[in-house]
Design a binder for this molecule. Structure first.
Ligand SMILES: [Zn+2]
Length: 219
């Protein structure tokens, strides 16, 4: 049932379409009604907010299937309150799909986080990565005690995931859901490209009492 392994360098435009045809065949072979069932609707219990990095695909690394996870990805899994794209995904997944878990998943070795830690101009993306520099500023004391570049990068990845999860908690969307008695938890995870392992940052929020007073909205 598993698609054949192909080297990235071998991927072609035509190859993608052939891969699709192969995959359809595999899925139908395993379950002739697979696409009928899948097209009937979606009830994913999880919203995933992850990095666009090609090596961190939500379904593969959690051993889940199409229909299991609603996904939003951007460079360095940043959550900001002015991002209409993210807010629309969050609103739809919480208020229509009624997901039970929102997971912000960063990953060690994140190019976006590393770029934010440096001073080199990259381009328009610098404006996006500025949000990560804001996270650095909040945690400056801790970050300045770390001299090893890899350790600094790894910790920044963790802090960025934790702060992004906090930003999810601080939205009126999540707080209104809790006020309405909806079961909803927000988590921060970090994925290791080297081992494939996900580490739970253990900062999960489950209700209004987990919201910092400065961000509590009047309900
Ligand atoms: Zn990344």
């Amino acid at each position: 049932m598993c698609a054949k392994t192909i080297e990235t360098k071998d991927i072609t435009y035509e190859g993608l379409l052939q891969g699709n045809a192969d995959w359809i065949q595999d899925m139908i072979q395993a379950d002739p009604d697979y696409f009928d069932k899948l097209s009937a609707g979606q009830h994913p219990p999880v919203l995933w907010i992850g990095c666009s990095d090609s090596r961190v695909p939500a379904n593969q690394i959690t051993n889940t299937m199409p229909g299991d996870i609603f996904v939003h990805r951007n460079i360095a899994n940043v959550v900001v309150h002015t991002d209409m794209n993210l807010l629309s995904v969050l609103d739809y997944s919480v208020n229509v799909l009624k997901v039970k878990h929102i997971i912000v998943c960063g990953h060690y070795g994140c190019g976006g986080v590393n770029a934010a830690l440096g001073n080199k101009q990259v381009g328009i993306i610098d404006n996006w990565l500025r949000h990560i520099r804001d996270v650095y500023r909040v945690h400056q004391l801790e970050m300045e005690t770390m001299k090893d570049p890899e350790k600094r990068s790894n910790r920044m990845v963790e802090l960025n995931a934790i702060e992004s999860a906090a930003n999810v908690v601080n939205t009126s969307i999540v707080q209104n859901a809790w006020a309405n008695g909806q079961e909803l938890s927000v988590h921060a995870w970090v994925y290791s490209l080297r081992t494939g392992k996900i580490t739970d940052m253990k900062v999960s929020s489950h209700g209004i009492n987990d919201v910092h007073p400065a961000f509590k909205v009047s309900l």
